[in-house]
Design a binder for this molecule. Sequence first.
Ligand code: DX5
Ligand code: ZN
Length: 250
Amino acid sequence: MTGEGADSLFFQLRSPIFPLRFSLFDFPSSKLMHAPILNPSLLAGDHANLAASARGVAELGLPWLHCDIMDGHFVPNLSFGPETLAALRRAGVTLFFDTHLMLAEPHRYVEPFARAGANLISIHIEPDYDHAATLAQIRALGCQCGIVLNPGTPAAAVEQLVAHVDLVLVMTVQPGFGGQSFRRDMLPKLREIEAWRRERSLNFRLEVDGGIDLETGRECRAAGADSFVAGTSFFRATDPGALAAAFAQL
Ligand code: DX5
Ligand code: ZN
């Protein structure tokens, strides 16, 4: 699955006037492009039985699983490797693996994760490597690609890339750990990126990650989000099925 006409649009410049119009609007859900997806984060699953946690997600009819990959450098924590994804595939898990690479050198790992069964691979904009070439490599490997921004990174940092991705992920916590509080100050950045998508007739998904529950999810939806990563709120929910149904109505 690859995006259309990526290379020919890559170096188009955009007027700096646009940003002024982006923060003035909240959009009723009927105008938003993609149906909402609740995307459970496996980091909050049972690390002694990750396949069972993944099957629990599938049994609720949820299509995606968010896989957090941490290297102890770009973020101060460690999580899973390519073998974890490959083992889940061998265990019969067929969910769409939304693979979030929190790595200082993601370009060195996109191929192992693609071969291990990732369906979408997201890379951060902050480290210094060839972002455009790595996004193109992810698509050449047959995966969808995504670009991720930390809370301290302005939307402008990815403006030249949004026409070349299938997903933009706006971190709503500083990455590295689950269970943190949602950062409401990320909502204007969501609106700005949503306005680019609408004004330029782009088709990427807009994802949020960190401190997402039904209340914060609703606020993000109003600002343009359509993919909601949820670790604690999903795996600690007394009724995850009811949570999934509520997110589907956003
Ligand atoms: C944090 C990860 C998130 C995290 C979300 O760096 O990228 O995906 O697992 O967990 P909650 O939903 O508990 O904030
Ligand atoms: Zn994540």
